[in-house]
Design a protein around this ligand. Structure first.
Ligand code: DAH
Length: 374
């Protein structure tokens, strides 16, 4: 069939088809291919004998022996030949490849030896600048936050980004029918559990690690969790499907709201300067009671009111509150003995505010024109 198709496309059996091997079912094109290979061998050896510099050798190596080189092209076409042709041409092509490679190696050694003995290092020339990478703006803020919390005795923990419905929602007091789920729509994994439910998803926040950490380490506990989260967003300058958060959890005896306030105040001063003020307004989150919004005086206008803070003088930065007893129980901690506070910062938003980034999609874009500015 291959022969027929080939001969229809290329009835003479010559030309394009002959070297690609597609029409090589009769004697002459096979011979033609052999000739071509032999000529190639001659040509390579001739050019090689003239190559006097390492640079030229490298060029020849790429041209003839590289993955896209002429020999490799021929070897690739061998798979389309009939069994008999394959054997003949394959053997020949391989022999040539081996011969030529050996010659390359030999000449390379010779040339390199010569270059080494004749080259010298001119120490008076200006040095070559080595390009240095640097951190993404989100990583910079993350490191600052980690430093601050480590200095207060918190541990830094990690959790899975592919999370179960239970940890992401259920254990945090967000049952199946809860409207809070609508605000955190995410990407579900297309695989049902034994009960026939889709229960694996990309975590929508870092809060599930609260329960995981309590289960693992028990109480008392001081932990922060930086990490990526996902939301099924129609992306635009203010929304990105992948965002970074920074979660915190402190569990101990007699923890109250003023402890939370003290810690959030410290974070504000560290991030935006010592004169930064905090205000806390009630906000509902199913996993804390009471819940609050942490707002800081605007870093641009210092509270006077500007475009960034929509003239309010305040920027909404964190969600926080005292850990709900149900969540403590889910983590295996007795709410009669222990209490705690939790908070969640949007690291991506912090980076945007701090560095004046006006498009949420840039930080994760990998675009060096943007990244090299930090
Ligand atoms: N997980 C919340 C979100 O993604 C943020 C948050 C709010 C975290 C209150 C907390 C908290 O720990 O106590 O919107």
């Amino acid at each position: 069939m291959r022969g027929l198709a080939g001969s229809l496309r290329n009835p003479s059996g010559f030309g394009r088809g002959s070297i690609e091997g597609k029409t090589l079912s009769r004697g002459f094109p096979l011979k033609c291919m052999k000739n071509k290979l032999e000529n190639l061998r001659k040509q390579i050896l001739e050019e090689l004998s003239k190559a006097k510099s390492g640079e030229l050798l490298r060029e020849l190596e790429i041209k003839y022996l590289g993955r896209k080189g002429e020999l490799s092209n021929i070897l690739r076409a061998v798979k389309d030949l009939s069994e008999k042709e394959k054997q003949e041409i394959g053997l020949l092509a391989n022999t040539i490849k081996n011969d030529v490679s050996a010659k390359f190696y030999e000449i390379k050694k010779e040339v390199e030896g010569k270059e080494a003995s004749t080259s010298f290092i001119d120490v008076t020339l200006p040095g070559k600048k080595i390009e240095q990478g640097h951190l993404n703006p989100i990583s910079i803020i993350q490191a600052e936050m980690e430093d601050l919390f480590i200095s207060m005795g918190f541990m830094v923990a990690d959790g899975p980004e592919l999370e179960s419905d239970y940890y992401n929602f259920e254990a945090l007091n967000i049952p199946k029918t809860h409207p809070a789920r609508d605000m955190q729509d995410t990407f579900y994994i297309d695989k049902k559990n034994a009960a026939g439910e889709y229960d694996l998803l990309m975590r929508t926040h870092t809060s599930p690690v609260q329960v995981r950490a309590m289960q693992k380490y028990g109480a008392p506990l001081k932990v922060v969790v930086p990490g990526r989260c996902y939301r099924s967003e129609a992306t635009d300058a203010r929304h990105e499907h992948t965002l970074c958060q920074f979660e915190g959890l402190l569990i101990d005896k007699d923890i109250n709201f003023s402890h939370l306030k003290g810690v959030l105040e410290l974070v504000g001063k560290k991030l935006f300067g010592p004169e930064t003020k905090l205000r806390m307004r009630p906000k509902f989150y199913p996993f804390v009671e009471p819940g609050t919004n942490g707002e800081y005086t605007c870093l641009l206008c210092k509270g006077k009111g500007c475009r960034l803070c929509k003239n309010s003088g305040w920027l909404e930065i964190a969600g926080a509150g005292l850990v709900h007893p149900d969540v403590l129980r889910a983590g295996g901690v007795d709410p009669e003995k222990y209490s705690g506070f939790a908070f969640g910062f949007g690291l991506s938003r912090l980076a945007q505010l701090k560095y004046g980034i006006d498009d949420a999609r840039l930080a994760m874009s990998g675009d060096l024109r943007f990244l090299s500015q930090f």
